[in-house]
Design a protein around this ligand. Structure first.
Ligand code: ADE
Length: 248
């Protein structure tokens, strides 16, 4: 997998993603990160990449020329047109399902906007997906691109140390993850749940599943509508609902 990021702030993306787990995976060539500075494609003698909006209004708009030339340089040796993601609060909200879908691509291009946005004509030419990371407004597309690349790349085999951990974390089967514990066995008078010390894997799995269901019910009940639930899960949920009901 190769990620291309078109940005005016390459250091921001590079510093973020060349760190920690993604940084190690890039070093090990498990995926590639190609960060391209849109400013390198301006023909303006002062290296400007933005201008005033036609029709007036606040702020500046990124000009189409440098963005288009940058894009053409990125795709010049590709056999097929890649998906080009534009980060915008006007997009569809990014999710684990979208991360999984995008993780199957060979090449992905992320276009980061700044100022009041990018001239619409170049977006129409090159963008295939408009994505948001939530209903709030950021100063630019770099953080959303980093969020998306982080979550997509951890689905690529070999990025996480332990192949299992991508499977069992939050949102597997549409449920939240069960609580985790490590040493010491007692912390501020609180003991690790007994079952986790038992060595009985069947009981541990059952306890974890119940905790996932309980946690999802308490914190994100709307997720239960779409979760994959067995008949045993449904019975467990019934009990959780009864036990959590406020006594009269
Ligand atoms: N650009 C600015 N705000 C954004 C958001 N919430 N998601 C994606 N891109 C953005």
């Amino acid at each position: 997998m190769r990620f291309h990021v078109m940005t005016l702030f390459p250091d921001m993306v590079s510093n973020g993603l060349n760190t920690s787990i993604t940084g190690r995976a890039i070093e090990k060539n498990i995926f590639e990160l190609n960060i391209v500075n849109i400013r390198d494609y301006t023909k303006d003698k002062h290296k400007h990449v933005d201008d005033y909006p036609y029709g007036g209004g606040a702020g500046m708009v990124m000009q189409p020329g440098p963005v288009f030339d940058c894009y053409q340089d990125i795709v010049k040796n590709m056999v097929k047109k890649p998906r080009v993601v534009y980060m915008t609060p006007q997009g569809k909200v990014f999710s684990q399902a979208i991360a999984e879908e995008l993780s199957k691509e060979e090449e992905l291009v992320f276009l980061c906007g700044h100022y009041e946005g990018i001239d619409e004509r170049v977006l129409e030419e090159i963008v295939t997906d408009y994505l948001s990371i939530g209903d709030y407004v950021l100063t630019g597309g770099e953080l959303p691109a980093m969020v998306m690349i982080d979550s997509i790349s951890r689905l690529i085999p070999g990025v996480l140390n332990n192949d299992d951990s991508a499977e069992y974390e939050s949102f597997q089967d549409g449920l939240l993850e069960y609580p985790q514990y490590t040493r010491p066995e007692t912390f501020r008078d609180k003991k690790v749940p007994e079952v986790l010390l038992s060595g009985h894997h069947g009981n541990i799995d059952a306890w974890r599943r119940e905790q996932s269901l309980k946690r999802t019910f308490e914190r994100r009940p709307e997720l239960l509508e779409k979760a994959e639930l067995s008949s045993k899960d449904k019975k467990t949920l019934e009990n959780i609902r009864k036990n959590l009901a406020i006594p009269k």
